[in-house]
Design a binder for this molecule. Sequence first.
Ligand code: TYD
Ligand code: MG
Length: 461
Amino acid sequence: MAKSKSAYFCQNCGYESPKWMGQCPSCKQWNSFVEEVVEKTNSKVPEWRSTTTTGNTKRANKAAIIHEIVYQDESRILTPDQEFNRVLGGGIVPGSLVLIGGEPGIGKSTLMLQLALSIPQVKTLYISGEESEQQIKMRAERLSQSSKANCYILTETSTQNIFKQIETVQPNVIVIDSIQTLHSAQIESAPGSVSQVRECTAELLRFAKETSTPVFIVGHITKDGSIAGPKVLEHMVDTVLQFEGDRHHVYRILRAVKNRFGSASELGIYEMQGSGLREVSNPSEIMISQRDEPVSGVSIAAMLEGMRPMMIEVQALVSNSAFGTAQRSSTGYDTKRLNMLLAVLEKRFGFRLSAQDVFLNIAGGLRVEDPAIDLAVVVAIISSQQDIPIRSNLTFAGEVGLSGEIRAVNRIEQRIQEAEKLGFDGIFISKFNTKGLDAKKYNIAIRPVAKLEDIFNALFG
Ligand code: TYD
Ligand code: MG
């Protein structure tokens, strides 16, 4: 018997090395190298399966002049789920390999099964290494879409067997749930290890490209947010979609992180219901709570999630600290940034916040990274501290700088339009955003401000 060959892989980034190393030269992680057996078996395999990094295609490609290359865009498969189509850049591209990443329990399997069931015009094959046929059937019943679906279910983890079944079924769309459960006989290491995940993905990639079948692979995410384990996966696939949200909230965001066939800043919003995921086509309406009377500490930000404008409620609570050190806590907003804004308010404007607890919450369980939300955060904090409510038909969009200046933000027109559409009657924006802006065009009062003083005077003065 031949001696098995092994190599060392960084479990963080997938870097391969013939010998063990303490620190990964690629991602600088310490102690991340694990020995994995990589010896290939000598069994005869179809061409698209012999894909380990050294395997080259037999046929050499010729160079072609670009205007002679034809492609068809019409061949994209459209699903009834508009959010999903948009995130993919306009439907499913034939031969594309799409990775869906997300934490356990977020709804990846639900989303993928829903997809497989929702396109009866093509044959789909849903391959699960995590659940039994009965469990999948049960879930499908719950989604109540199974009657008309043209969907096959396979519970299998060996890629060799999977490809055999694919040959029999001849599906047009394939879903793999999840890549961490697959194993290929080409590699001896355990399922979920870097070399195994990489090999299985390579086989699927080769298959997708050669047969023009779109393949969706589900990948679990590690604590630090990377798709477990290797980043190499992200390089290999055409599209990476991140499914995120707070498991305890009903809203989920499907975000394109990388997309070779569309914009990488698209996102889709879903609501997890008892009967599966429902598209949310008008996110603003759900992110703002309905109230009869305005309460202090609440303001509404005109923010962008990806390319989409959306109104979101920011809630702040400022109260006297019972202990010596004040608490600062925020959900959905960067705590460091909150601390910075509090320091600006204290130092430049004399608000005595250092002896007060500050709690901040972004409604709906969203995590917001758009800096334009700063202004609404500051307004909510001061509104709570002064106990002066903000009228609920006002909204804010501006970044706050260290000297208390209000900075311009991108896509201001889209934000204004969204606010106007939702019936707000005033929007505070940075003065530096008004250049070239035709305020008369909008049926909403545009209130430019240059510094935080201006806004304090207007609201609390
Ligand atoms: P699941 O798709 O299994 O998550 P993942 O594959 O990402 O681990 O979804 C898990 C959660 O979704 C589970 O806690 C139950 C909930 N759920 C619903 O609320 N409604 C439904 O119709 C379904 C199928 C699941
Ligand atoms: Mg799952």
